[in-house]
Design a protein around this ligand. Structure first.
Ligand code: AKB
Length: 359
């Protein structure tokens, strides 16, 4: 029986991943864990635990209690918050991962851990960034991801831990806003476009970064974790890619639906982080080893994001500026989730934390 623990389960990826895992393996088989109990989790009939991943003893107790066989270890800080709190970033990202790998070794657990394009730095080739290349990150977040990759490689080869990882790009999603990343602008912009018709972007218009739509990210994680062990040739972390676009290209695509939408640019400290990352990475190894293939290009992402957010705003009784009819007619998207799953994933259309203050 596959019993799964998801750490950081209420983050941007965790929120969607838990829904997908529960639909695949059964609701009771997936145990969520969060660092602090949130009011909406109390009274939740599905299993969840409070876990600070730096507490190895508590992690071990949960693993024993539920006889966990797979851990999706998502708890950790992102690049922008990591720069503002480097000590916490190191502690949560590196010591947390090490605890997971230690426990995985003791109990024979399969592990998924997200690395990031943040492992790359100013001397890394910016276009078609190869699987094996210079890794000279200029952020604490990137340093923790390089360290994490080395730990994964070591625990896999030295102790036989079945750990699998992806170097994720910026993830665009409508269920839960991201918290504290450099690529967050590519999500915030949708909320702002619909609600206010204007957005102030914290990177320059020509800033081009690798991105992926959440349904593709969930598919990549599930495909990787279900692949035959012998096909997983990279145990540090796989390059993975879908689309690459600049901030101004994203704006232009949104303007096709919302012609009056205006974007202003006020680059802040996150510009330097974005400038240190690649524009587009080569993921041919993932495509060859375990058959990775993305589905959503920029136009499909924008159509689906606007339709889904607009629908949520409508359900929440909020106004959006979309011409509903034209949006739905051109919605080529559709996600992997059924209506029923979406209903279960009752996440509101609230704006990202701290986001409203800027308006
Ligand atoms: C971030 O911006 O920090 C993340 C990432 C690319 O790892 N989205």
């Amino acid at each position: 029986m596959n019993t799964i623990l998801v750490t950081g389960s209420r983050g941007q990826i965790g929120s969607d991943l838990v829904v997908a895992l529960r639909s695949r393996y059964g609701a009771e088989q997936v145990i969520e864990s969060v660092r602090k109990v949130a009011p909406h989790l109390e009274g939740n009939s599905l299993p969840y635990e409070v876990l600070d991943v730096t507490d190895k003893q508590r992690l071990q107790e949960i693993v024993e209690q539920y006889r966990i066989s797979t851990i999706y270890h998502l708890a950790g800080l992102l690049s922008a918050t990591g720069e503002q709190n480097p000590e916490l970033c190191w502690n949560a990202n590196v010591n947390g991962l090490r605890n997971v790998l230690e426990v995985a070794q003791s109990y024979g657990i399969r592990v998924f851990w997200p690395s990031s394009i943040a492992v790359f730095g100013p001397h890394t080739p910016k276009l078609d960034t190869p699987q094996i290349t210079i890794e000279d990150p200029s952020t604490m977040y990137g340093i923790t991801k390089v360290t994490g990759e080395l730990l994964c490689h070591d625990y896999a080869h030295r102790f036989g831990v079945d750990v699998r990882s992806l170097r994720l790009p910026g993830i665009i999603s409508y269920s839960t806003p991201p918290g504290g990343g450099t690529t967050d602008f590519a999500v915030e912009i949708f909320y702002a476009a619909l609600k206010y018709g204007t957005y102030t972007c914290f990177v320059r218009p020509e800033t081009r970064l690798p991105m992926m739509y959440m349904p593709d990210a969930i598919k990549a994680i599930l495909d990787l974790m279900e692949a035959d062990s012998v096909s997983i040739k990279v145990r540090s972390s796989y390059n993975i890619a879908a689309v690459s676009f600049s901030a101004e290209e994203l704006v232009a695509q949104i303007q096709k639906y919302l012609p009056e939408f205006t974007c202003y640019y006020a680059p802040d400290f996150r510009q330097a982080i974005a400038d240190s990352w690649p524009c587009a990475i080569d993921d041919s190894k993932a495509r060859a080893d375990w058959g990775w293939k993305h589905r959503y290009d920029l136009s499909a992402i924008v159509a689906d994001m606007l339709a889904k957010l607009d629908e949520r705003m409508m359900r929440a009784g909020e106004d959006s500026r979309v011409c509903r009819q034209s949006l739905f007619l051109t919605n080529h998207g559709g996600t992997e989730y059924s209506e029923e799953e979406e209903e279960r994933n009752e996440l509101s259309c609230s704006l990202p934390r701290g986001f409203v203050d800027r308006y």
